[in-house]
Design a protein around this ligand. Structure first.
Ligand SMILES: [Zn+2]
Ligand SMILES: [Zn+2]
Length: 343
């Protein structure tokens, strides 16, 4: 069968290859579509990614939308599904308690990223415990479940941190309007918050359509927007990440989701960290990946968002190409691109 494979560490080695058909006991899933994101681009550029043991190549793809091939394991033929990305390291407390997203060893496996083949192939066989049902009403938007699960985990953790003391979550700022920034905006609007979303484009209809305020950077200084109970950094800019501490209200929580691997120093006013953060009980934390509960929340909330803003969510994925046009999908900016494997 056809698959998109790469040799981790080898720049530009990504190509479409013929690989052996997936076998084994589990849920056989016909892959319909696989979302592409910065993680795929970075693996393809040789920055990270690990092939399965005894293999030199890794099948890419961690954002799955698929259809169950036959009845069994609690699923019916034709069911739409996705699957959890990160799997247990099998030897830590967090993984043994069902939270590989909080793995304490770093020895976890991740579909399409770390030591497990991904979903960018025609057919996958998946452990039933890792399969997540997608409501038929959500349809092709189910391909957004993975990025939405990242946002759900961030919000779950932010709430857990915020509510360690009496807290009113009212005003939120999202930095960055890529898939994670925009999906975070939608989830915060679903929760009834006042939301400001800032990014570099002059305008962003997807953001304003759900009732959030759009802020075009760098024209508007963030300090003019007032302060926030929650700030989410999804732009992947280390200086902006440091700035989030100074944008918080009393008891405010800032969550970092973007990645910025550049070697650099960032600036922070000493009083922001050594005075305000203490006197105002502020928190800055990072979040990665998602637990199964976040996937379930993501799918349910995407379906609620679709009911409220159907036309807008339809525009979310704005490039769908076949597997052999993966380079176009990787080069795509300003929206979500997916690889289409079957109808
Ligand atoms: Zn991704
Ligand atoms: Zn672990």
């Amino acid at each position: 069968m056809k698959a998109l494979v790469t040799r981790p560490g080898a720049i530009g080695s990504t190509h479409v290859a013929d690989v052996p058909e997936a076998t084994g006991d589990g849920v056989a899933i016909r892959v319909l579509e696989v979302g592409v994101c910065g993680t795929d681009r970075e693996i393809s550029h040789g920055h990270f990614g690990v092939a399965p043991d005894d293999e030199s190549e890794l099948v890419l793809g961690h954002e799955l939308l698929g259809r169950v091939e036959r009845d069994g394991h609690g699923f019916s033929r034709g069911d739409l599904v996705t699957a959890v990305v990160r799997r247990s390291c099998r030897h830590c407390l967090a993984c043994s308690e069902g939270s590989p997203d909080s793995c304490l060893t770093g020895d976890y496996f991740e579909r399409g990223i770390t030591r497990l083949d991904g979903f960018a192939c025609e057919l996958v066989v998946e452990d039933p415990a890792q399969v997540v049902p997608i409501p038929r009403s959500l349809g092709p938007l189910g391909v957004l479940a993975e990025p939405a699960s990242i946002c759900e985990r961030a919000l779950r953790h932010a709430r857990a941190i915020g509510t360690r003391q009496p807290w009113e979550l009212q005003r939120a700022l999202v930095l960055g309007a890529g898939a994670v920034g925009t999906l975070s905006t939608y989830l915060l609007r679903l929760a009834g918050l006042e939301v400001w979303t800032a990014s570099l484009e002059p305008a962003n209809d997807l953001v304003t359509a759900c009732g959030a305020h759009y802020v075009a950077l760098p024209g508007t200084p963030l300090s003019e927007l007032g302060s926030f109970d929650l700030v989410i950094e999804a732009a992947g800019n280390a200086q902006l990440m440091a700035d989030t501490l100074g944008l918080l209200r009393r008891s405010g929580v800032a969550c970092l989701l973007g990645i910025d691997p550049r070697v650099q120093r960032v600036e922070l006013d000493g009083r922001t960290i050594a005075l305000d953060t203490i006197l105002e009980n502020r928190v800055l934390f990072g979040s990665v990946n998602a637990a199964r509960q976040d996937w379930l929340a993501a799918v349910a909330d995407l379906d609620r968002a679709r009911e409220l803003w159907p036309d807008e969510l339809e525009q979310f994925v704005n490039l769908r190409v076949p597997l052999d046009r993966f380079e176009d999908a990787f080069a795509h900016r300003g929206g979500k691109a997916t690889l289409v494997l079957a109808d």
